[in-house]
Ligand binder design. Structure first.
Ligand code: IVH
Length: 733
């Protein structure tokens, strides 16, 4: 490779890796496999070694991937959180050992071999034995404070057992079990929502939710394995640490090996590879660590990683098969997603006939064509993905895939117009094609399934297949039409075929009818979320629901108009600023005039902030305001509102009135004897209070029911007042 070629490739690789880092660490939605990512990184490192003249201090090879996102407080780690060097090959692992033998000056080195857990790295701090903080790795020296979310993890003790050091930072990994991951993904599938690709992304996405009540509904787990800062230093080796972690009552790895020399380490890695599929967490390798802490100190670290440890990564399971075709699915928002139809092949124990292709850009980037021999990968619980094609073995005449042409320029479901748009929504990053027809059957069915999903109106039983059938038979156009479907129609609904009927049945139908009636009483926030208003997710719906009394009020919301007005004023102020880069002042006179104008704009903005926008969270920004107002003014929005009126469904906002809980924060835990969780939350909000997912010193009351767990403990520890349902109801009176 010539220096010119090398420089060009370096620029490409750095850009690609930076993009993949962003997707992996910040968005928890990687588009390539870890294996491909590691290969790019390795290529970058090798090139930088070979052509040191093109070194860059900010190259992704030198810095730790940054997971920080907006909305969290940043906290410094007492000791930097490093990453690990990794390898996929035995020779390099032996090279690691040889280097250490030289560095430490003895051939007799003891290592531990541990599973490498595929989750999200966190550091938890205990002071005087009490859990005080959890922070993500961030960029190594400082990360996001995710204490509230990590506090929802039941297996993480709030107090260490036995004697604990004054201050200790312990590093570990947050993960989801495969069972919990599948449970939630099944729920999401039933609701027509985007699926998470794998438990790791899901865990990372969950830890970065701003709403800990939602986090508490998902069962996160944690495992701890490494030491950060510790004062006084009470741990002498990794084996010692493992024992102490356990004695302190912390969740630890299911198995680790203490071995002498690299041959034994290699044997342990083999054994781990055989056992790891039965572990509760996903594993993608083994971590080999020098056992003795004094030796670790001698070996030292680089800026990025310790010299005393290495990750040996297992290659993911892959297989080769033919790509028979690419079909296009249409989701609830109308986005067209390509799916690989494969010649069935057995991979990681299951038969795979379909795999995700993400989007058209990716198909192009990987040069995947129908008829190609392709390599597919399935790592852990990941939805199978197409890794690469083999152009050398391509059948003659195979054409580049063109999504627009493949669907004949129209939606494959409804035949409607499609348009190309930039999407930054969940799941589909980049550019996508979207069906423009709000009344497309796929969109209708997607919206109906979503409307009935747990987190929306919880009308159980109306998931993917049932929703699609109701739409197909024209029983439902818009979700509220579900109220007109009779019990009999539901009971006799055939979900199968004429030859092989599968009848929905009386029992299921009755459940639906009961649930839909109960849903009438749900608050505005739930209904708003359930109606799939563009840009309005759960949190936004909640915030809007707390600030509007009815749909009618929301449709012409003065608050949302104020949000838009402010955005306009801010843009104008930026444009008119005398030093504006795009529109600099032309003369002193112009400057003076604009200065005055800006002061006036500033005052108007301040008046909005102090008036209608006081206390309005960032969730309700111009994008949300614009799309909400636009939606309710549009024909589909008006049609929905008319249908709700005709059904006499008029859900109420939870506008906090001053009440007994004004200014108070409550935490719910355990099962209450009479009230459902939702109902209790409702009452708290209606009485002016706030609901939080975790207990802190600022909590006013913990409302505890049966089987209350760590939150109750925490409340007692912090001296927070605990009340039961009876007392709660008394207070409300
Ligand atoms: S030790 C200073 N042990 O893998 C080194 N890390 O790819 C501290 N990881 O940043 C890390 N399992 O987030 C260690 N048993 C284990 C691990 C482990 C998973 C993570 C950790 C690390 C990343 C590197």
């Amino acid at each position: 490779m010539t220096p010119v070629q090398a420089e060009k490739r370096l620029v490409e690789l750095r850009a690609q890796i930076a993009r993949d880092d962003e997707l992996y660490y910040k968005k928890a939605k990687p588009e390539i496999s870890d294996f491909e990512y590691d290969a790019n990184k390795r290529e970058l490192e090798d090139l930088e070694k070979q052509f040191p003249q093109f070194a860059a201090p900010d190259s992704p090879s030198r810095v730790i991937g940054d997971d920080r996102v907006q909305g969290f407080k940043e906290v410094a780690h007492r000791q930097k959180m490093l990453s690990l060097d990794n390898t996929y090959n035995e020779a390099e692992l032996r090279g690691f050992h040889a280097r250490l033998v030289r560095l430490i000056g003895t051939p007799n080195l003891t290592y531990t071999v541990e599973p490498k857990i595929d989750g999200l790295a966190v550091s938890v701090t205990y002071e005087d034995g009490r859990f005080v903080r959890a922070v993500t790795r961030g960029k190594g020296d400082r990360g996001d404070d995710v204490t509230a979310n990590v506090s929802t993890i039941k297996t993480l003790p709030h107090r260490l057992h036995g004697v604990a050091p004054k201050v200790i930072e312990i590093r570990g990994e947050i993960y989801f079990t495969a069972v919990e991951f599948q449970r939630i993904n099944a729920e999401r599938a039933a609701a027509g929502e985007d699926l998470y690709a794998n438990p790791r992304n899901f865990a990372a996405g969950t830890v970065k939710l701003l709403d800990s009540t939602e986090v508490a509904r998902r069962k996160l787990e944690i495992v701890l394995y490494s030491l950060g800062f510790c004062e006084p230093a009470v741990v002498e080796s990794q084996t010692d640490l493992q024992k102490k972690l356990k004695a302190w009552g912390l969740p630890v790895v299911e198995k680790y090996w203490t071995v002498d020399g690299i041959d034994e380490a290699w044997a342990a890695i083999g054994e781990l590879d055989r056992l790891r599929h039965d572990f509760a967490y996903g594993t993608d390798g083994a971590v080999v660590k020098l056992n003795d802490f004094a030796q670790q100190r001698d070996a030292g670290t680089t800026d990025k990683a310790p010299r005393w440890a290495i990750a040996y990564k297992f290659k993911p399971d892959t297989a080769r098969t033919r790509l028979l075709g690419i079909t296009i699915q249409v989701g609830k928002t109308g986005i067209l997603s390509p799916v690989a139809e494969l010649s069935p092949v057995v991979l990681a124990g299951s038969t795979i006939a379909r795999a995700t292709l993400h989007n058209e850009d990716e198909i192009r980037r990987k040069d995947i064509r129908i008829g190609d021999l392709v390599e597919i990968e399935k790592a852990g619980e990941v939805i199978p993905a197409v890794l690469q094609s083999f152009p050398d073995e391509r059948p003659r005449g195979a054409q580049e895939f063109d999504l627009f042409a493949a669907v004949g320029g129209k939606c494959p479901v409804c035949g409607g117009k499609i348009a190309r748009l930039e999407v930054a929504a969940e799941g589909a990053e980049g550019v996508a094609w979207k069906c423009q027809n709000y009344d497309c059957a796929a969109q209708r069915a997607g919206r109906l399934g979503f409307f009935c999903s747990r987190r929306a109106l919880a009308i159980d039983g109306v998931g993917g297949v049932v929703a699609a059938k109701l739409v197909e038979l024209n029983h439902v156009q818009d979700p509220p039409d579900l109220y007109h479907v009779t019990l009999e129609t539901l009971a006799t609904l055939n979900l199968g075929t004429t030859e092989e009927p599968r009848i929905f049945g009386e029992k299921n139908a009755t459940k639906v009818v009961v649930a839909r009636e109960a849903a009438r009483e749900l608050p505005l926030e739930k209904w708003l979320y359930a109606l799939s208003v563009p840009d309005v997710g759960e949190t936004t719906a909640r915030e809007l629901g707390r600030r509007h009394r009815t749909f009618a009020e929301l449709a012409s919301s003065p608050l949302l108009h104020a949000v838009l007005k402010k955005a306009e004023l801010v843009a104008q102020r930026e444009w008119e600023a005398p030093a504006s880069r795009r529109n600099p002042a032309k003369s002193d006179e112009d400057k003076a005039r604009r200065k005055e104008l800006c002061a006036r704009l500033e005052a108007e903005i301040a008046a909005l902030d102090a008036g209608p926008l006081a206390g309005v969270p960032a969730d309700i920004g111009p994008a949300v305001a614009g799309s909400t107002l636009e939606f309710f003014a549009s024909a589909p929005g008006q049609r929905l509102l008319a249908k709700l009126r005709a059904l006499r469904i008029d859900p109420r906002g939870t506008v906090p009135t001053a009440g007994v809980f004004t200014g108070k924060t409550l935490v719910l835990t355990g099962t209450l004897p009479r009230l459902k969780r939702e109902e209790a939350e409702q009452k708290i909000l209606a009485a002016g209070g706030k609901v939080s997912g975790s207990v802190s010193k600022k909590t006013s009351y913990v409302l505890a029911g049966d089987d209350a767990g760590s939150k109750l403990e925490k409340a007692k520890e912090l001296g927070v007042r605990v009340i039961d349902e009876a007392e709660f109801l008394r207070l409300l009176k």
